[in-house]
Design a protein around this ligand. Structure first.
Ligand code: ATP
Ligand code: MG
Length: 454
């Protein structure tokens, strides 16, 4: 009720112009934004206090202010100040300057790390850009008004002062947030050209906060989506991780599709969005990742990537088997080929690749339900993740539910029940396989039915 009323009041007399003139910010009182200083982390409050006591301006800025107004607990806190990095550094014993191009200071307070940045200037004609207009350097100190104008969306350009409990708002951001609108600061086309990643940020933030994209923010995306190809791959990969682990991945993917942002973005994203066979599987995986993130549980990139790429592996594996390759070596070849293709474009680290393979490589072993093999599988360190993966496969219709249910029971059953559940062995077949499938790597041991590593 109150929110509705507030919105109505705020909407009244409000011009549709996206921004107030920089330099004349609104100073919004507690009653309108609702952020009590106790809602802000102790570290962020202390950092602002210390800077202010030394005579500098200091505000909590960006995503944290936006999230607090929207009733979301911020992941982390950024602080903006007019103190230079050196001045910030000298005020905090536990702090260090990071970054070469644009220096920021990491201030440690208790277990928290606060990112403190000096107000930055907006771009001008002299700013270095690539042939498509993408800004290459962005590293000149500026005024607070300028700092607000170089941020992307109005809801991201809010400055909260824990001392006075006011929000300084240069661009109508509080009202936009309360009206659930994502609006760009400045002209959207120009801002997308400066930094095409903003298109992905628009989709992600809107999904996270339940916002509607302002038509001017949404309209150019389809046409300008190709510019994303010029963004360095590592940056895109980071943004994609943020998107997949936002707790709103399903919604993000839906919106990416609607806005025409899924073509050629990243090979991995193409895989997610364009494989009819694996779509159900991938959407189930994303939904379960969302549920885990929202419940505050840990999520592993390895597990998620294993699900995203599984149907690629399956297709490749099937083709190899059809050509007469032996199943287990063929699986290894398929895994390597799929990961190699991704590695060319993506920054999947060796460790993540190892985690992905661990999960894939255990899958055929769930089919073996006789002798000692099922017990050995239970002892695998990655059994839990591999079993969850098996359940997803069953839920997506790739496998019979019976297999997943069998393992569900088997892993918690007592010895007698387990013994009764085992399938009869077919000795001849087993012996023949033992001599033919010589493991070529240590991971090969895991999948080889005759292996006796444990
Ligand atoms: P979240 O942390 O929830 O992912 P965020 O908005 O805090 O969202 P960050 O990447 O932490 O995202 O950025 C902090 C702030 O820096 C943003 O709120 C915004 O003001 C500014 N910012 C980030 N990326 C851009 C960009 N590409 N263009 C302009 N401003 C940006
Ligand atoms: Mg942030």
């Amino acid at each position: 009720m109150i929110v509705k009323l507030l919105r109505r009041v705020l909407r009244r007399g409000e011009p549709s112009a996206p921004t107030a003139a920089p330099g004349k910010p609104a100073v919004i009182p507690l009653a309108r934004h609702g952020i009590h200083r106790e809602m802000v982390s102790t570290g962020a409050r202390r950092t602002c206090e210390t800077l202010q006591q030394a005579g500098f301006k200091a505000y909590v800025v960006g995503g944290a202010v936006r999230d607090l107004i929207a009733g979301i607990v911020p992941k982390d806190y950024d602080i903006a100040t007019d103190a230079t990095p050196e001045q910030v550094r000298s005020l905090f014993r536990r702090s260090r300057i990071i970054g070469r191009r644009f220096q920021i200071v990491h201030v440690m307070q208790g277990g928290e790390t606060l990112e403190v940045s000096t107000f930055r200037a907006v771009h001008d004609a002299g700013t270095a850009k690539d042939a498509h207009g993408r800004v290459l350097r962005d590293n000149v100190f500026g005024s607070m008004a300028e700092d607000s104008a170089r941020r992307d969306f109005t809801v991201n350009a809010l400055y909260y002062d824990p001392g006075s409990q006011t929000v300084i708002d240069y661009h109508h951001g509080v009202a936009d947030l309360q009206q659930k609108t994502l609006r760009m600061i400045g002209e959207p086309r120009a801002r997308y050209r400066e930094d095409p990643v903003r298109m992905l940020r628009a989709v992600r933030l809107a999904a996270k906060l339940g916002l509607v994209l302002d038509p001017a923010v949404r309209a150019p995306i389809r046409e300008l989506a190709v510019l994303i190809e010029n963004v360095p791959v590592a940056r895109l990969f980071d943004e994609m991780l943020k998107l997949l682990f936002s707790g709103h991945a399903v919604e993000c993917v839906k919106r990416l599709r609607e806005d025409g942002l899924h073509h050629g973005l990243l090979p991995l994203l193409d895989v997610i969005l364009e494989q009819p066979l694996g779509e159900k599987f991938v959407m189930l995986a994303l939904a379960s990742t969302d549920a885990r993130v929202r419940a505050g549980k840990s999520v592993s990139p390895g597990y998620l990537f294993a699900t995203l790429l599984w149907h690629e592996v399956l297709g490749n594996w099937e083709a190899r088997k059809a050509r007469g390759e032996l199943p287990i070596p063929a699986l290894h070849e398929a895994m390597d080929e799929v990961l190699d293709i991704q590695a060319e474009k993506l920054a999947i680290t060796r460790r993540i690749a190892g985690d992905i393979k661990d999960i894939w490589v255990l899958q055929p072993r769930f089919e073996k339900r006789s002798g000692k093999l099922p017990f050995r599988l239970l002892e695998q360190p990655r059994f839990r993740a591999a079993f969850d993966f098996l359940v997803l496969r069953a839920e997506s219709g790739e496998l019979d539910h019976e297999l997943a249910t069998w393992w569900q029971v088997f892993q918690t059953a007592d010895e007698d029940t387990c013994a009764a559940m085992l399938r009869p062995e077919s000795g001849v077949k087993k012996r023949r396989r033992r001599s033919r499938t010589k493991p070529s790597s240590t991971q090969g041991d895991d999948t080889t039915p005759a292996s006796s590593i444990d």
